[in-house]
Design a protein around this ligand. Structure first.
Ligand SMILES: C[S@@+](CC[C@H](N)C(=O)[O-])C[C@H]1O[C@@H](n2cnc3c(N)ncnc32)[C@H](O)[C@@H]1O
Length: 216
């Protein structure tokens, strides 16, 4: 559990989330056993809710890992919709493909193996929803490219923007996270807040999720 939302509240939210199926539960367990930094089921349900609310037919994700958040996102797509998801670790990308297959979603998901910094130059927009969950130090350098790829009215969703509260000066007595990552996220949050094309709201759920809409 994170340090932002008290454990009993997280447990209460968890008890109300009935959307995870057996495939998602198995992937979450596998991720926990290997200490992979996957979103939890509550953030997963938030992603699916937002993608459905946006009527998304094209979704882009940075940071596939083993496909957990991708399954929540792709599950929101209508027939003919697509998720393009990028992962630089080839083993994780392979496992993600297997997991998309098990979830019955392989037909609408394309996993691209490689560094998002380079791959994003080759991708054509517009996307209805973009989920940024890759390298924290790349959040800020990739921001303008992602905004360009987003359709007006589309959503840029960013995970980990509160970083266990460590972006809040003085909040955490003994910070555990890489200070370079913490600075990078704090800078990114400032850029989101000041961005002329975005309206952003941060939900203090789990590790903090920023929801930005691109102005029309
Ligand atoms: C936090 S994990 C993603 C978790 C996943 N979104 C989920 O919740 O199921 C971040 C992933 O981004 C990948 N990654 C880091 N830097 C990247 C880059 N430059 N390009 C593509 N993937 C990257 C890492 O290998 C890692 O698997």
């Amino acid at each position: 559990m994170g340090q932002i939302v008290p454990d009993p509240v997280e447990q209460y939210l968890s008890s109300l989330n009935r959307s995870a199926d057996s495939v998602l539960k198995a992937i979450a367990r596998a991720g926990e056993e290997r200490n992979l930094p996957l979103v939890d089921a509550e953030v997963g349900a938030l992603l699916r809710t937002l993608a459905m609310a946006a009527g998304a037919t094209r979704i882009l994700e940075i940071g596939t890992a083993i496909g957990y958040s991708g399954i929540w996102l792709a599950g929101a797509l209508p027939d003919g919709g697509s998720l393009l998801t990028m992962e630089m670790n080839a083993d994780r990308a392979r496992e993600a493909r297997d997991n998309f297959e098990s979830a019955g979603l392989a037909g609408r998901v394309n996993v691209i193996v490689g560094d998002a910094q380079r791959m994003l130059a080759k991708v054509a927009g517009p996307f209805d929803v973009i989920f940024q969950d890759g390298d924290k130090q790349l959040y800020s350098p990739l921001l303008d490219r992602l905004v360009t790829l987003l359709r007006p009215g589309g959503l840029l969703i960013t995970d980990n923007v509160l970083w266990d509260g460590e972006v809040v000066p003085g909040f955490v007595a003994r910070p555990q996270r890489d200070p370079g990552d913490t600075r990078a996220i704090a800078e990114y949050n400032e850029r989101l807040a000041a961005h002329p094309l975005l309206i952003t709201s941060i939900v203090p759920m789990r590790d903090g999720v920023a929801i930005s809409v691109k102005k029309r």
